[in-house]
Design a protein around this ligand. Sequence first.
Ligand SMILES: [Zn+2]
Length: 136
Amino acid sequence: MKVDGACSCGAIRIEAEADPEKVQICHYTDCQTATGTAFRVSVPVAGASLKVTGQPAIYVKTTAESGKPRVQAFCGKCGSPIYSTTAGDGVQSSYTLRVGILRQRDQLTPRRQIWWRSARPWVTELGDMPHVEKQR
Ligand SMILES: [Zn+2]
């Protein structure tokens, strides 16, 4: 399906072709730190289908776990995470988009969870917590 979206301030816009069956949640501790929250929701897209408008800021993270450098792209203005990909010159074969920036996020339901062993223990209890529409 076609997906598109933008960072919080609108400086970075993306379009791509994504397979909704490939949406996943990552509970890895690096993902918790990089998002500032409990887990990351992502969908991989082919590099050939990805169109990026604007110039994302890049941070190359080498995880202790795999030892492989991973490019983390985010908006240098507002800080929204945009995607991650492999390190290297030119267009990479695959990019992992952050579902929270996509307009179609309602149709992008996660199909699996990875790094479950570092999941926050309360993630299974979210459905039982009190639901409040608005809180300020
Ligand atoms: Zn932005």
